[in-house]
Ligand binder design. Structure first.
Ligand code: GRF
Length: 203
């Protein structure tokens, strides 16, 4: 399957996906990396990798709809099967999502439905939970509200800052996201209402 990665920033999840492909833990191809920020480190990570990298800035378009149409056109151009949000800091609208229905994934640094939205790690610390983690989910129109694919827990320690917790969670993200994408690529994810059923390989 062909992946289209959307990233606004650092790009460490993009890196983990590239590494998983190189190590053959993930049988997929990155068709294109798109960022909405010209300065995004994610764009730099693909230099010399023979992967098209494109910047599509929101401010260059009159409306959100036009912007998302440009995103969709670029993804189509590269025959993308799965849109992978990897630190993409924008909410996608219904038109875009219906064009890629069931084919947009995101990773979020909390155990959803707890702590959706921005600064999930700080939210977890402020709430006082002893366990947090990360969630890979399909994207719907809400904020971090779509069907859950995989989750993994991470302890929250008394002396944690948001930064320390974020790092502990990130290490798990880098394993979980390629695994979830691999499940999609092998056709092992089935949607049943809002639940995602994991099917055995070959069944
Ligand atoms: C990660 O914490 C991810 O869970 C969230 O945004 C961050 C992206 O980090 N959605 P990176 O750009 O992949 O390093």
């Amino acid at each position: 399957k062909v992946l289209g990665i959307l990233a606004s920033g650092r790009g460490s999840n993009l890196q983990s996906i590239m590494d998983a492909i190189l190590a053959d833990r993930l049988q997929a191809k990155i068709g294109v990396v798109i960022s909405d920020k010209p300065e995004a480190n994610a764009l730099r990570r693909v230099i010399g990798m023979d992967i098209p990298a494109v910047c599509i800035e929101r401010r260059k378009f009159a409306s959100k709809q036009d912007f998302e149409q440009a995103l969709a056109a670029e993804l189509k151009l590269h025959r993308v099967d799965l849109v992978v949000l990897a630190g993409f800091m924008r909410l996608l609208g219904s038109e875009f999502l219906s064009r890629f229905a069931g084919r947009v994934m995101n990773i979020h640094p909390s155990l959803l439905p707890s702590f959706p939205g921005l600064e999930a790690q700080q939210q977890a610390i402020d709430y006082g939970v002893r366990v947090s983690g990360c969630t890979v989910h399909f994207v719907d129109q809400g904020v971090d509200s779509g069907p859950i694919i995989l989750q993994e827990a991470v302890p929250v320690l008394p002396e944690d800052t948001a930064g320390i917790l974020a790092e502990r969670i990130l290490a798990v993200e880098h394993v979980l996201y390629p695994r979830a994408i691999q499940l999609f690529c092998q056709g092992q994810l089935k949607l049943a209402g809002r639940r995602v059923l994991l099917e055995e390989r070959g069944s």
